[in-house]
Design a protein around this ligand. Structure first.
Ligand code: SF4
Length: 242
C-alpha cells in the first residue's frame, strides 16, 4: 500500500545522493536578521536581497536604528530589492510590532519556544507566511526543525503528486512538512528542502523539465507522461506551469 512518508523518504534518498554533498547551512544569522532577510527576499534574487541586508547593516548599524529611521532612508538602502517602496514600510512595521510585543527588538527567545508556537507567532506579523516562519526556524542559528517550501520545491512536489496544485504554495507548506518522516532531524528537514529546491532549479525546470535525466522518473507520473510525448514541446503538456 502507498505510504506517502515512505515515498518522500525514497525521493529524499535519491535526491540526496545527487545533491547531498553540496548542502550546508549557508549562513549563521540570528533569528531577527533571518526574519529581515526573508522579508527582503520576496521575488528577489538571493544576491540582491543579501546586498540590501548588508546596506541596512552598514547604513544603520542596528535593527533599532532601521526601525526608527526615516522610511525614505530605509527605502534607499533596499534599492537592490524588488519593490523597496513596499518593503521599507513593511519592514519598519514588523520591527515596531515586535518591539511592542516583546519590549525589545530581539528574537533569540524563540530558541526556547515550541517550534509550532514560534511559527504561528511569527506568522501573525504582516508579510510573514509559512515559508518565512520556516526559514527563520530552519535557516537562522536556531537551526530548528521546520520545512521551508519555495517555488522550486513546490513545483517538484506537485509534479510528483505529493500536493494538489490547487492548494497553493502557502497552504502546501505544512502539508508537505507533515509528509516528511517523523524521525527526520532538523538538519534532515533542511536537507530535504535543499534537495527539492535544487532539483527544481537543475532538472525539474519550470519549462521543459529534463525528465529523461531525472532520478525520479520511474516514480513520477508527470514525468512518465511528459517523457512519452515524443517530438513535442514537453512544456506545452505539463499539467503544471508554475
Ligand atoms: S520526472 Fe520530470 S516532472 Fe517528475 S520530478 Fe523528474 S523532472 Fe520533474
Amino acid at each position: 500500500m502507498y505510504d506517502v512518508k515512505d515515498f518522500v523518504l525514497e525521493v529524499h534518498k535519491r535526491l540526496y545522493a545527487v545533491y547531498g554533498s553540496q548542502i550546508k547551512y549557508f549562513h549563521d544569522y540570528d533569528p531577527l536578521s533571518e526574519l529581515v532577510s526573508t522579508l527582503l527576499s520576496h521575488r528577489t534574487k538571493n544576491s540582491h536581497s543579501a546586498e540590501a541586508l548588508t546596506n541596512l547593516q552598514n547604513t544603520f548599524g542596528s535593527w533599532e536604528n532601521v526601525r526608527d529611521a526615516d522610511v525614505s532612508e530605509v527605502q534607499a538602502a533596499l534599492k537592490p530589492c524588488t519593490w523597496p517602496e513596499q518593503k521599507a514600510p513593511r519592514l519598519q512595521q514588523v520591527l515596531r510590532l515586535i518591539t511592542e510585543q516583546r519590549g525589545e527588538l530581539n528574537l533569540d527567545f524563540l530558541a526556547d519556544t515550541d517550534v509550532n508556537k514560534a511559527r504561528l507567532w511569527l506568522e501573525s506579523f504582516p508579510g510573514v507566511g509559512p515559508k518565512s516562519s520556516a526559514a527563520v526556524i530552519s535557516f537562522s542559528n536556531l537551526r530548528g526543525r521546520a520545512l521551508p517550501v519555495d517555488s522550486h520545491h513546490y513545483r517538484v512536489a506537485v509534479r510528483l503528486g505529493l500536493i494538489d496544485v490547487k492548494i497553493g504554495e502557502g497552504k502546501a507548506n505544512r502539508i508537505l512538512e507533515n509528509q516528511v518522516p517523523a524521525e527526520f532531524t532538523a538538519k534532515e528537514m533542511f536537507d530535504h528542502h535543499q534537495v527539492m529546491m535544487r532539483h527544481g532549479q537543475k532538472v525539474c525546470f519550470y519549462f521543459k523539465p529534463d525528465c529523461i535525466n531525472c532520478v525520479l522518473l520511474d516514480s513520477c507520473s508527470t514525468g512518465k507522461t511528459l517523457s512519452s510525448t515524443v517530438g513535442e514541446n514537453i512544456s506545452r503538456h505539463s499539467p503544471i506551469n508554475n
